[in-house]
Design a protein around this ligand. Structure first.
Ligand SMILES: [Fe+2]
Ligand SMILES: [Fe+2]
Length: 409
């Protein structure tokens, strides 16, 4: 059966709407919604391939959603499935082939996979028809899987998915694939930026950068827990914050080698130049529509600000250098307290802890007791006191991270 003219119109309209969405998470969820809507499916999920597993990104279920109070978003368990031929979605991820199954409880004999009924039991739902489509790049690499469940007939009964449904869902899957490819490319470019910064500054080793990012995530998770940040926001922010924390000193690429690699303490003039790495870093992330750029710019700009307003660079526009808030003499006012974005406040603690614990050209490493005493003493002056508490709450995890990323020398 050919799609009707108004259906084609509708698909074109949805495509152009999807094309306007820049945020990868929002786009994936919209693709799932539109793919379900166009084939009248009650439920569905989207998985993203991460190494040799696929992890669930979004799950929808209209029947379950209707039983919830309005405004409340359905919770679903987070899980990963191995990419192999034992499960339906694992098989599709492995082979890159679409599977259209009329009834998952009555699979024909001789198939390598079976349907995991435990999930239905857990969420109290009956899956029958299932259409599983790979999210495949042009060079046939599987990036994820979209799974559409229970085609609803006009009488409200579950039907099998048709050939036309296969075409429609495959069509929408292509939109999700483009988004995934874009996200992977962005990520690998960021990893290259981190390597580049490492080449420029011998003090910013891979180990230091990984430790600072690790500590940052631990402190943020603790903070997010006490502030009631939801699971979805938490996962997303953790992902972005980790890369942003790794890039905290990327602005040092703009500092002369004579200063950057000076094997002694800086003169006041050299120190003033060194401080510009905050603004230079922030300038690299000037896309205000990307959540990653916002976080990375804030980390770069504010990771040397102090809670009591004695840090740098203060209220300046990193792009133009213009003073945003001036004192009586026209100098930039310092940021203090919660004027400093949470990301900058967290990275500040992580960075200082790691710097004090490590040997530098101009100083020996301190013993940990002395470092912890110093951090405690700086609660309320250099650091946000609440975050200092969070840091001490997660100290055992901080030690784990330190052990996992030792300095190579
Ligand atoms: Fe820095
Ligand atoms: Fe650092």
């Amino acid at each position: 059966m050919e799609p009707e003219a108004d259906e084609v119109q509708q698909i074109i309209r949805i495509d152009s709407e999807l094309n306007k969405i820049r945020d990868y998470d929002i786009l994936l969820e919209r693709v799932l919604l539109e793919a379900r809507r166009v084939v009248h499916a009650d439920a569905g999920s989207i998985y993203v391939k991460e190494g040799d597993v696929i992890s669930i990104k979004f799950a929808h279920n209209d029947t379950k959603q209707k039983s919830l109070p309005p405004g409340e978003k359905q919770a679903y368990p987070h899980f990963s499935i191995p990419v192999n031929d034992k499960s339906i979605s694992g098989y599709v991820a492995m082979t890159g082939e679409l599977l259209n199954i009329p009834d998952v409880y009555n699979l024909p004999p001789g198939l390598p996979f079976s349907y995991a009924t435990a999930y239905d039991a857990k969420v109290n739902y009956k899956t029958t028809s299932m259409l599983t489509v790979p999210l495949k790049s042009q060079n046939n690499v599987v990036l994820g899987v979209i799974q559409i469940i229970n085609a609803m007939g006009p009488d409200g009964k579950v039907e099998a998915f048709t050939k036309q449904d296969e075409t429609l869902v495959t069509h929408f899957a292509a939109n999700a694939t483009v988004a995934l490819q874009r996200a992977y490319m962005t990520r690998s470019m960021i990893i290259r930026m981190i390597r580049m910064a490492e080449l420029r500054d011998p003090k910013e080793t891979g180990a230091h950068v990984n430790r600072v990012a690790g500590y940052t995530i631990e402190i943020y998770e603790r903070w997010a827990y006490t502030h009631g940040v939801g699971k979805n926001d938490l996962d997303k922010n953790k992902d972005l914050l980790k890369l942003a924390a790794m890039l905290h000193d990327v602005g040092k690429v703009a500092i002369s080698d004579l200063i950057l690699k000076k094997p002694a303490k800086f003169t006041p003039e050299e120190y003033a130049i060194m401080q510009t790495h905050t603004c230079s870093g922030a300038r690299l992330f000037d896309d205000p529509q990307s959540d990653f750029d916002t976080i990375a710019a804030e980390v770069s700009l504010t990771h040397h600000e102090n809670w009591d307003g004695t840090g740098y660079p203060g209220w300046v526009d990193p792009t133009t250098g213009a003073v945003l808030r001036a004192d009586a003499e026209g100098r930039a006012l310092k940021r203090k307290g919660e004027e400093i974005p949470i990301w900058g406040r967290i990275v500040a603690i992580a960075d200082v802890y790691d710097a004090l614990m490590s040997r530098r050209v101009y100083k020996e490493a301190w013993g940990e007791d002395a470092v912890l005493k110093e951090i405690r003493a700086m609660a309320g002056t250099k650091f946000d006191p609440e975050l200092v508490d969070a840091f001490f709450d997660v100290l055992p995890r901080i030690h784990d991270i330190r052990e996992r990323h030792p300095d190579s020398e």
